[in-house]
Each structure stands twice: as structure tokens, then as C-alpha cells.
Design a protein around this ligand. Structure first.
Ligand code: TRP
Ligand code: ZN
Length: 485
């Protein structure tokens, strides 16, 4: 329970007590004959019991019905992790979840994979639980009322297991490697290191308190607020105060050089480079701050308190837009492929607006993340090299999509086992370019800005974007979106 809710609770309880006291007083002053009927009005058997039901084991995603859970809404996660051994990632975890029931609940689910759970406490009282696959079902000692704020604490220990996502052929979740560990969760890896309502529909703020043996260091989302020296160990505290989708939560452990600067619009930048990474590689991030200023101009104010890149000295073939701290595999950042690298850096940065701030309500609409971030690569090319360079880039994209169409799904219809296929990146980005040609530059950029402004910090569906594009342009765009999506 948050402090304000607690006060509210104290105040309402006090009011009820005052009312009850008042009644008693009036009963005492009335005649004894009137007394007994008044007192027996409510027999224990007649006290209306609230209808409490289990929360749903899924939040209702159309591609992944088992993702997330129903019946409550999380406000804040506090992840307290003590990693005793970096090589095995053997850890003790204590996750505290502050949430609000959205229905009367006699039990509710979290998504959580692996570990041994040693204790679960709800509102200060031990709770029963059972596990089945990634569903953790918690039964609090007393049912929770609709709208009631509650606090769940889950204590666990063990090493995060290896997990393959059902959505893409990559290892996701908490990944160990020679020099530490890192996290890649999109879309379903978060549950591999903390109990979570694992769906972007339930965004929450986060506190990370991660303790590691010296000389290891920790990077996580948001602002680092504290470093506590504990002798052999160090605790790193990070606060992500803006609402964040669970798949964007990151905890990365290694030995880093942290390079800090500030973008021209005042946003603090901190890049985490493994100490092993050379200067020519680090230099590739030189223009990241300029990109941030440019995207702020064309999309709207940068959504978060800080930004930066975290480079991992391991090949995992991808980059991921973790909120305030995108993560890059070493081979994605290559001095011999400077142009491609700039595109990846621009892509992950653009996701901070499209995906991280404006978030999906349903994974099927993934093109709202990937096509927008891909088209932003083209916008950066246009900004730095001009319109002709953009057109050349579009033509290359078009040829690529034509040639590889068989491996792609239409952007609006991705398959559940290949969510991040080329269709939701390249084909969809061409769709955005088609929209630009249809409505003209002025309207197009107005659509992007208004879309971001209206939905920042919230969730969207395809229909929201289409309705907005039609509203701004005053055009019926059904045919265009039907043919591109
Ligand atoms: N969203 C990432 C991108 O910007 C791609 C991605 C999805 C990913 N899931 C991932 C990368 C898991 C690494 C691990 O394109
Ligand atoms: Zn992307």
C-alpha cells in the first residue's frame, strides 16, 4: 500500500468508526424495546459476502493468450537481487509488487520461471501459492477487494535458467556469459528473473537494488541513485520512475567504463562500455546525442529522464531498446560497418518514443514498434544526407521486401512463432512511407507528433494509429492501411 492510500484507508476507517459510535449512542438513548430489533438486524449469516474470484491467468493478448494476468494492475516493482556468484548467476531475489486489485480477488497469478520460492507475503501476511509452468498462483489469506491496493513480496533463490522465447529463435531473459550477465526479454523473458505481470498493458515504475561481488558493476533502467559499499560486495540502486513495460526491464552485470555526457536539449546520456572495448568502437556512438535531439524535434520531447547505450562484449546478433538503456551486441557495433551501425543506434533510440513510451496493447500490433523504429532510420538518413539518400534507402528496402516476401508476414499479421520477422520491420516501414506520400510531408509529421503526444506513457492498437492518421489528414485511409498491413 502506498502511503497516500494508507492515509486514505486510515481516514475512511476513522469515519466508519465515528459513524458506528454515533449509532451506538442513539441506540442507548432509545427505549429498551427498540434496542433488540435494531441490534439483530444483521445476523452473521446475512452479512453479504463479496464475490471473490481468481484473477485470469492471461491478460487477453490475441497472439499470446497466456502472457500477463488479469484482476490487478501493478504500480511499482522493487527488485532486490543479491548475485552471490557471477559465473553461475546464483542469486537471492526479493521482489516487492505494489498493485491495485481491479476485481474482487481470492487468488491472482504472476508469471515466473524457475528458482525456488522460499516465501510469499501479501499485505504482511504469509500467502499460499502453487506453480504450473510459468503461472504462479498466489492465494492471500484474505480476499482482496476491487480497487484495494495491496503489496505482494516474493522471495526466491537459485540461478536463472536458460530460456527460448516462443516468439523468436533467440535466447531471451537473463543470460550468463564469461564476463557477467545481461538481460534480453522481448517479449517474454522478464519472468526468467522476477515475478511479473508480463505484458506491456500493465506498465509500472521500478526500483532495482542489485548487489554483486567486487569488482563487478551493475547497469539498470533509469537513474542510478545510490552505490553502497558492503565490503566484498557493492549494491547498485537504480530508479526508473516512468512507467515501463516489463520486457524493457534490464539488469546487466559486468566491468564497465561509463561515459557520461549531455544532449543539447539537456537529457543526460550515459553509455556503458565493457572495459575490453576499444576507442574506435566507442566512437560509433558519437552522434547518438544528436539523434536524440533530432528525434525530439520531429516526434516530440524525449520521453524519459536519461538515455544511453550498453554494449555487451558478446555476439548475440541483435540490439534491444531497453527503456533508457538500449543494449547492443558487439557485432552490431562495427567500425568497418559505420553506416549500418548508425542505423541500429538510430533504430533503438527511436523505440524510446515508439514502443517504450507509446506501448503495445497487443503483441499482434508489433509493427507499431518495429516499422516506426525502422522508418526512423530513414528519417535520420534524410536529415543527415538529404532527400535523395532517403529515396535510395527506400528503393533498397522495396527491392529487399520483394525479394524476401516469402519469409515475411504482412506487418499487421505476424505469426506467433516468428513475431520479429522482416514484414513487421521493412514492409511496414514502406507502409509508413506510402502514408507519407499519400498525405504529404506536413500532415505526415503532424500525425507522428500527435500520435506520440496523445499516447505517450500509454498503450495503443493499430486502430488508434489509423484513426489518428485519418483524423489529422481528413482522409479515408482504409484502403491504404488494408493493403499495407
Ligand atoms: N526489438 C528488437 C529490435 O529493435 C528486436 C528484438 C526482439 C530482440 N526481441 C529480442 C533483440 C530479443 C534481442 C533479444 O529490433
Ligand atoms: Zn526494433
Amino acid at each position: 500500500m502506498r502511503r497516500s492510500d494508507f492515509l486514505q484507508w486510515v481516514i475512511s476507517i476513522s469515519i466508519i468508526l465515528l459513524l458506528v459510535a454515533g449509532c451506538t449512542g442513539s441506540i442507548i438513548t432509545s427505549t429498551p424495546t427498540a434496542l433488540s430489533p435494531t441490534l439483530v438486524v444483521v445476523k452473521p449469516s446475512e452479512i453479504p459476502t463479496i464475490q471473490a474470484e481468481p484473477g485470469a491467468p492471461g491478460i487477453g493478448d490475441s497472439l499470446y493468450p497466456q502472457f500477463g494476468n488479469g484482476g490487478y494492475d501493478v504500480q511499482h516493482y522493487t527488485l532486490d537481487l543479491t548475485v552471490k556468484d557471477i559465473a553461475t548467476s546464483d542469486l537471492e531475489g526479493h521482489t516487492t509488487i505494489e498493485a491495485r486489485a481491479t476485481q474482487n480477488l481470492n487468488s491472482f497469478n504472476l508469471d515466473f520461471i524457475g528458482f525456488k520460492i522460499t516465501n510469499i507475503i501479501v499485505n504482511g501476511q504469509p500467502a499460499k501459492f502453487r506453480r504450473s509452468g510459468q503461472e504462479l498462483t498466489i492465494t492471500p489469506p484474505k480476499p482482496l477487494n476491487e480497487n484495494e491496493s495491496f503489496m505482494a513480496e516474493i522471495q526466491y533463490q537459485g540461478s536463472p535458467g536458460k530460456m527460448e522465447s516462443i516468439a523468436l529463435p533467440l535466447q531471451t531473459g537473463w543470460i550468463k556469459f564469461d564476463n557477467g550477465s545481461f538481460v534480453l526479454s522481448e517479449p517474454d523473458g522478464a519472468a526468467s528473473f522476477y515475478p511479473v505481470n508480463d505484458h506491456p498493458l500493465d506498465k509500472a515504475s521500478y526500483t532495482f537494488r542489485v548487489t554483486v561481488p567486487k569488482p563487478f558493476e551493475v547497469a539498470a533502467n533509469g537513474l542510478q541513485t545510490e552505490t553502497i559499499d558492503r565490503g566484498e560486495m557493492t549494491t547498485f540502486v537504480f530508479e526508473e520512475r516512468d512507467p515501463m513495460a516489463s520486457y524493457l526491464a534490464t539488469v546487466d552485470i559486468g566491468e564497465f567504463d561509463v561515459e557520461t555526457s549531455q544532449a543539447a536539449n539537456g537529457i543526460p546520456i550515459r553509455n556503458y562500455y565493457p572495459t575490453s572495448v576499444t576507442e574506435d568502437v566507442r566512437k560509433l556512438f558519437e552522434r547518438q546525442a544528436d539523434m536524440l535531439v533530432y528525434f525530439s524535434d520531429i516526434f516530440g520531447e524525449y520521453p524519459f529522464e536519461t538515455y544511453g547505450a550498453l554494449l555487451v562484449d558478446k555476439k548475440f546478433g541483435a540490439a534491444l531498446e531497453n527503456q533508457t538503456m538500449s543494449i547492443f551486441s558487439i557485432e552490431m557495433v562495427d567500425p568497418k560497418k559505420s553506416d549500418e551501425t548508425q542505423q541500429v543506434i538510430a533504430h533503438e533510440l527511436a523505440h524510446q518514443w515508439f514502443g517504450d513510451s507509446v506501448s503495445l496493447a497487443d503483441w499482434r500490433d508489433i509493427w507499431l514498434n518495429e516499422s516506426f523504429a525502422t522508418y526512423a532510420q530513414g528519417l535520420w538518413i534524410e536529415h543527415t544526407q538529404g532527400r535523395v539518400a532517403l529515396q535510395a534507402w527506400i528503393r533498397k528496402l522495396y527491392a529487399f521486401v520483394l525479394e524476401n516476401r516469402k519469409t515475411m508476414s504482412p506487418p499487421g499479421e505476424p505469426s506467433a512463432d516468428d513475431l520479429f520477422n522482416g514484414g513487421v520491420y521493412y514492409w511496414g516501414a514502406l507502409g509508413l512511407h506510402a502514408l507519407r506520400l499519400e498525405v504529404g510531408d506536413e500532415q505526415f509529421f503532424r500525425i507522428l507528433k500527435t500520435y506520440y503526444h496523445r499516447f505517450k506513457g500509454r498503450n495503443v492498437r493499430n486502430s488508434d494509429f489509423i484513426a489518428m492518421a485519418e483524423e489529422i489528414s481528413g482522409k479515408d485511409l482504409t484502403a491504404l492501411f488494408n493493403s499495407w498491413l
